[in-house]
Design a binder for this molecule. Structure first.
Ligand SMILES: [Zn+2]
Length: 316
């Protein structure tokens, strides 16, 4: 049986249960700690916020929570472990680097693909920093409309670290672009694409884009529900229901990409846009999206596939 690294030890794919595949406890952009005018980070209050959030999810039947925060945007695995212990939810953390324009790149730009692959592999097999906490997934990311040289290097490193460790890969894409290019890079590294989630694929309503990727065997993340400010839920749902209707239920996973706490200044949105994020909560899929899918005729079995079976197979 395959073992999965969580921040509090190992578990098995069979024990994952209902899994949110892409949520964050904490994000901090590189440099946040230099902002002396920002609100001070209150660790205790942040812990409380996160534990409350996860307990609410637990009450809805969620048992596992994948936090694919890359290593360079505020990842704090000890914090995650405290939240996992206090809430009783499995948390899987990631190794990997973010996209070039928002990542912490200067050091890694001077490395080779194999050096980066070795860093990722060690975070999975030996642990992160001195914590002993091991990453269970590899994150990579591309920006809108292009894969930069740096991002390609990180994608190739992710592929190589996957082959060495067996840890699956999850990605960030922007506005429904570059998913196919990401798959091409992973395939050229010899990755079995059934262990790849192309994240934020719901940012596109182009079914041709979706089916071209699904035909290669990967999983698509419909993992930004509630972020109407980026792309309306109605379009995410229309695409999802269409893909489910033609038999792709074994290759889709659901989540929200929520962020419970921000390091430094929080993401400030103009008040007139508040309505466009009012559903951006990690309970939205279970409370609102699942009932909407059922009303549209999607079977319990297909919903279970997206929330339980597909995460299980992806980690197997
Ligand atoms: Zn994310």
């Amino acid at each position: 049986m395959k073992s999965i690294n969580t921040v509090t030890g190992t578990t098995s794919p069979e024990q994952l249960g209902t899994t949110l595949m892409h949520e964050h406890l904490m994000i901090g952009w590189a440099g946040w700690e230099l902002d002396c005018a920002a609100p001070k980070f209150e660790r205790k209050a942040a812990l409380k916020t996160c534990v409350e959030r996860l307990k609410e999810l637990k009450d809805l039947g969620v048992s596992s929570f994948v936090d694919p925060c890359p290593m360079d945007i505020g990842r704090d695995v000890s914090f995650m472990a405290e939240v996992a212990s206090a809430s009783g939810i499995n948390i899987v953390c990631a190794t990997g680097l973010y996209k070039e324009d928002l990542g912490n790149t200067p050091y890694f730009k001077q490395r080779t693909v194999d050096e980066i692959a070795e860093i990722y592999s060690q975070e999975i097999t030996k642990g992160i920093g001195g914590t002993g906490i091991k990453a269970g997934i590899i994150k990579c990311a591309t920006g809108k409309g292009q894969v930069t040289k740096y991002e390609e290097m990180c994608l190739r490193a992710a592929g190589r670290a996957h082959l060495r460790t067996g840890a699956p890969i999850t990605t960030h894409t922007e506005d429904g672009t570059m998913g196919r290019e990401q798959l091409e890079i992973f395939a050229s590294e010899g990755v079995d694409l059934s262990h790849v989630v192309i994240g934020h694929s719901c940012g596109s309503a182009d079914l041709g884009y979706h089916s071209a990727m699904l035909e290669r065997g990967c999983i698509l993340g419909f993992d930004r529900f509630g972020l109407d400010i980026l792309h309306p839920d109605k379009l995410r749902l229309a695409a999802l229901i269409g893909l489910l209707g033609v038999g792709y239920e074994k290759q889709l996973v659901l989540s929200h990409d929520t962020v419970a706490c921000w390091l430094g200044r929080r993401l400030d949105l103009p008040p007139e846009t508040a309505k466009l994020v009012e559903n951006w909560k990690p309970t939205h899929v279970l409370k609102n999206i699942v009932p909407t899918l059922k009303k549209a005729g999607v079977s319990e079995e297909k919903i279970r596939a997206m929330l339980v079976e597909n995460p299980r197979r992806y980690f197997s």
